[in-house]
Design a protein around this ligand. Structure first.
Ligand SMILES: [Zn+2]
Length: 308
């Protein structure tokens, strides 16, 4: 029974368990628990099977019930993904551009005595970009395979595990980042409290998340690519502001985030949602345009917050 691997949760923002259902769950494709867990991995293209609810008290959307926490953690630590890693050159370019913008807007100058921490750094694309700009960088990644691959490829300080496994001194970092990570953490509270402790008083906290209050989400409905079984929370500018505020972070800016990856890869991902992209991708491959950089926006949102 698939129900055996699920658990009920309350709203992480206001602790209420009073909600309305946005999407019903659909586990009809899965005959066994094993079937279900097989598709459950952090870089999975699988659409949302779980029930999505919206809190009646604070409007936060979240999966409920959802896969049990220990199963989620195990699936992350054992994830391996070569296709994902192959896109790193494009990711590094995007991160480099974004980081330059972020530091110039926030009057930060890159130097070796400025420390950056990237939590959930995947294949270390952001640590690589930050290192190349002149920062001293540490990355943390639960997927052991990705952490090793990132460390060996770029010779950087990339540590396996989650933030709470590592003990950093108070006020160590100038910049702490969570790129597409907050929606994966089963209870982000402990992580955010720890970030506040290790961030310098004038440091910035960068959070990038998929926003359900954006036009791509509204337009695509349940076919929005960020509706995934591994995305446990669906923030909006209102709910992310409220949530970070609870931990004494003040949100300074919220803006759309444009991502650049290779056209062939973007179309291949799009194919799992809309079959007709297959023909487009084949044409692009014939024309040898599949390696072309493709900049797209599907609702990723960038938050800059500071300690109050
Ligand atoms: Zn709530």
């Amino acid at each position: 029974m698939i129900e055996n691997v699920l658990e009920n949760v309350k709203c992480i923002n206001c602790s209420s368990d009073n909600y309305k259902i946005v999407f019903n769950s659909d586990y009809s494709n899965f005959k066994t628990e094993e079937d279900f867990l097989k598709v459950y991995s952090s870089s999975s293209d699988q659409v949302l099977y779980d029930q999505l609810v919206k809190c009646n008290k604070c409007d936060l959307s979240y999966l409920n019930p959802r896969v049990k926490e220990d199963i989620i953690m195990e699936s992350y630590s054992s994830a391996e993904d070569d296709t994902f890693f192959s896109q790193n050159p494009q990711r590094i370019r995007t991160f480099s551009k974004s980081l330059k913008k972020i530091i110039s807007k926030n009057n930060i100058t890159a130097s070796k005595d400025k420390k950056v921490l990237d939590i959930g750094c995947a294949g270390a694309a952001f640590p690589k970009a930050a290192n190349d700009l002149g920062f001293t960088v540490t990355g943390i990644e639960p997927a052991k395979w990705l952490a090793n691959k990132g460390r060996e490829t770029y010779k950087l300080d990339i540590r396996p595990g989650i933030l709470l496994d590592h003990h950093f001194d108070d006020k160590t970092f100038d910049i702490v980042t969570l790129w597409d990570v907050i929606e994966h953490i089963t209870d982000p509270a402990q992580t955010i409290i720890e970030i506040k402790r290790i961030l310098k008083d004038d440091g910035i906290f960068v959070v990038n998340y998929p926003d359900i209050d954006t036009w791509p989400c509204k337009l695509l409905g349940k076919k929005w690519p960020f509706y995934l079984s591994v995305h446990l929370f669906y923030f909006t500018p209102k709910t992310i502001r409220e949530y970070l505020n609870k931990f004494d972070f003040k949100v300074e800016t919220i803006s759309p985030y444009y991502q650049t990856l290779e056209l062939g890869y973007v179309l291949k991902r799009a194919e799992s949602y809309f079959g007709f992209f297959k023909y487009f991708r084949k044409a692009v491959e014939l024309l040898r345009l599949d390696k072309l950089p493709c900049t797209y926006y599907i609702g990723q949102t960038l938050v800059i917050a500071r300690k109050k």
